[in-house]
Design a protein around this ligand. Sequence first.
Ligand code: EPZ
Length: 438
Amino acid sequence: MSASLRVKGGIPLVGDIEVRGAKNLVSKAMVAALLSDEPCRLRGVPEISDVQVVSGLLELHGVTIDSTDRDGELLMDPRNILQAHVADIDAHAGSSRVPVLLCGPLLHRLGEAFIPDLGGCRIGERPINYHLDVLRQFGAEVEKRQDGLRLTAPERLQGARVVLPFPSVGATEQVLLTAVLASGRTELRNAAIEPEIMDLIAVLQKMGAIISVQTDRVISIEGVERLGGYDHLAIPDRIEAGSWACAALATKGDIFVRGAQQQPMMPFLNVFRKIGGAFDIDDEGIRFWHPGGRLRSIALETDVHPGLMTDWQQPLVVALTQTAGLSILHETVYENRLGFTAALADMGATIQIYPECLGGSPCRFGRSDFKHSAVISGPTPLVAADITVPDLRGGFSYLIAALAADGESTVMGTDLIYRGYERFGDKLDALGAVYHAA
Ligand code: EPZ
């Protein structure tokens, strides 16, 4: 796929595509294999660069990874783990946030771990202070170096009582991946409970872990002596499914997303219905379409699960530019995830962003200068423009905007989209999009 695409807009996307394993589960289930003393089989693995990055990191540490003759299947053998060279790990720096999650498993297996400077989307500061605090609570020692962080575990890590300041997905995963082999019990409070977290817990349970999810975001883990392998089919990518649903609305199209499941998408489906989108759920997937007529503006607020997931926000904003009236968006998970709206305004959208907590309850960013609320007035016709992808989800929203706009747009930096949307060129072809490498 070329890094730049010339996209002809105004053509409804109609057709049938498939989503496979969730990017934000698959990468973590791969890391979990480091904890095992047996081979692990992961199925439904999408062809995305995040998977390639994690594969590279695991192979650096001695894991052998074979793709079998079945599409989307990885066989990982973690029996000969070794410490990787810092420079080699560093080569993977800046491309993903997942390396921070190798700490717990490597501390258990090797007694040391190294975290390069992390990458991931530029949608906010994205610190790892919760991760480091948690690892220290388990008994790890953290040494800051100019090329990253070196962690050591002088003796076996101990279970801990952890309270997260915010239900962080990554920090919850950090606790899970460390507590399962720590000695004694761990109690985690204010945990994230996203469907991808629940699926990671399912993987760990298959390996031999003892984890119970209690009420009000409490997760308790009883450390065990060893963990075996797993054979797991990853839950489908609800973020990709929602992104294509927004593309159907914005282009007045009709898209069947094979593999999409209702349960993990319920907050999104409610918003999609309130906007005036139509959807039909069957055992194979979900059909999303624009039923004709005017779409309705709404007030929405992103939140941790079971709220509206922040990763759906950017594609939804493009759909909201086509709704009648004023929509209010309050982004409460990331402080700086509305910068992408500037390019949409250049395409004709009427969007203003504000530092206040608009339309919902006050959030962590309420007293800051971060512009984390938006007002979108529509419907506004979008006109073609030359736009550069800012981050993964913002990038896909630009693709949607270009597909909805009148005229031919050039979307640059589309290779970033490959991080989380597998084979999206083939999918655009299947949906009748008209585009070519620019
Ligand atoms: C995961 O990021 C996902 N990425 C994100 O998806 C997703 O948006 C996010 O969870 C929220 O659901 C992966 O799983 C690879 P967080 P993560 O820790 O774990 C603050 C995508 O497009 N925080 O829940 O990094 C942080 O600043 C990506 O697929 C700290 O302050 O998210 C943010 O405000 C984008 N200190 C909030 O918590 C920390 O140590 C949520 O972050 C960690 C987090």
